[in-house]
Write a protein that binds this ligand. Structure first.
Ligand SMILES: O=C(O)CCC(=O)C(=O)O
Ligand SMILES: [Fe+2]
Length: 319
């Protein structure tokens, strides 16, 4: 792909949800081609409400402004940061020993009480005493992004020639995580050699990113060039992760991306990636119908849970 031809497509979800057969087919083709060629796509016309995004960002600003000691009350030692607060500099990419210049909060799946997966997932933590409304705002966004991800996975399955619900069904009651990230001003907090988010691929099936509060996200094309990925107002950026890539025998690549440090030492950034995960027992294994005649499976089957644990160790979130 030449540099000038490089483009992350913008697709309108209404075309798929409410369009005629021809519109739906066009959406499926453009979504799939963009993910196949760049690992990324921008989604407009989705039903994630601007008010939910704003509400979650406001809750995030209020939480991260709290004293460090208060925030650390929501640190669950030994949990790998699966829920609650993860302090500045804790997470590092596979290939970078220096921690990323970010702190974050994880909201996980909430299931009805007595659900068999609840014990494995653990309970969410909520800083309601300090930030009233945090729970309601972030859970509303979680649900809206989960629904949007399900629809995108339906379209992607059609693109691949799979049954429409085959990918979307994997995430029902899945181990998805809403990560609310604060990248402080470099003037306030910095680690020598650190970057906001060092180059990495996402672990999960797909990631949805409501527009961040500032620029900085970049993806790497297959020639090694970096390109800014800036969502237009109200757009959601989506990217393919390693679980998807593995499940489809690399037909949709996971794409390396990063968040670069700003020029200004005063610039603060917030972002809220939604990492869309299967249920833990779902087996990642390329369906036969995706394999061309004579094409070999590149990976042995693995459960989503085993794959996740392997990757969390590599990024320093569990031992
Ligand atoms: O902050 C962003 O825009 C992206 C963060 C990211 O790529 C990640 O947390 O996996
Ligand atoms: Fe990422």
């Amino acid at each position: 792909m030449s540099r000038s031809a490089f483009q992350v497509e913008t697709v309108h979800l209404t075309q798929f949800e409410a369009g005629e057969a021809r519109d739906r087919a066009d959406f499926v083709r453009r979504l799939g081609d963009s993910l196949r060629d760049t690992g990324f796509v921008k989604v407009a016309g989705h039903r994630v409400e601007a008010a939910d995004i704003r509400g979650a960002y406001d809750a995030a600003r209020a939480f991260f402004a709290l004293p460090e000691g208060t925030k650390r009350r929501y640190l669950l030692e030994g949990s790998g940061g699966a829920r609650g607060f993860t302090p500045f500099g804790s997470e590092h990419a596979k290939d970078n020993p220096v921690g990323d210049l970010k702190e974050f909060w994880h909201v996980g799946q909430e299931l009805p009480s007595g659900h068999p997966l609840q014990a494995l997932y653990g309970e969410n933590l909520w800083p309601e005493a300090e930030v009233p409304g945090f729970r309601a705002h972030t859970l509303a966004l979680y649900r809206a992004l989960e629904a949007c991800a399900g629809t995108l996975l339906e379209a992607l399955a059609l693109y691949l020639g799979l049954p429409e619900r085959s990918l979307a069904d994997m995430i029902v009651d899945g181990n998805s995580i809403l990560r609310i990230i604060h990248y402080p001003a470099l003037r306030d907090r910095y680690l020598e050699g650190g970057v906001r988010s060092s180059a990495h691929e996402d672990i999960n099936l797909i990631t949805l990113l409501p527009a961040a509060t500032d620029a900085g996200l970049q993806l790497q094309d297959r020639e090694g060039n970096w390109h800014a990925v800036d969502a237009g107002a109200g757009e959601i950026v989506a990217d393919a992760g390693d679980m998807l890539s593995r499940h489809v025998n690399l037909k949709i690549p996971s794409t390396t991306h990063r968040v670069v440090n700003p020029d200004s030492p005063d610039a603060v950034r917030y972002s809220m990636p939604f990492f869309c995960h299967p249920r833990p027992d779902v087996v990642l294994d390329c369906p036969d119908q995706l394999l061309a005649p004579g094409e070999a499976r590149r990976f042995p089957p693995i459960t989503a849970h085993a794959f996740l644990l392997q990757r969390l160790r590599e990024i320093g979130l569990i031992n």
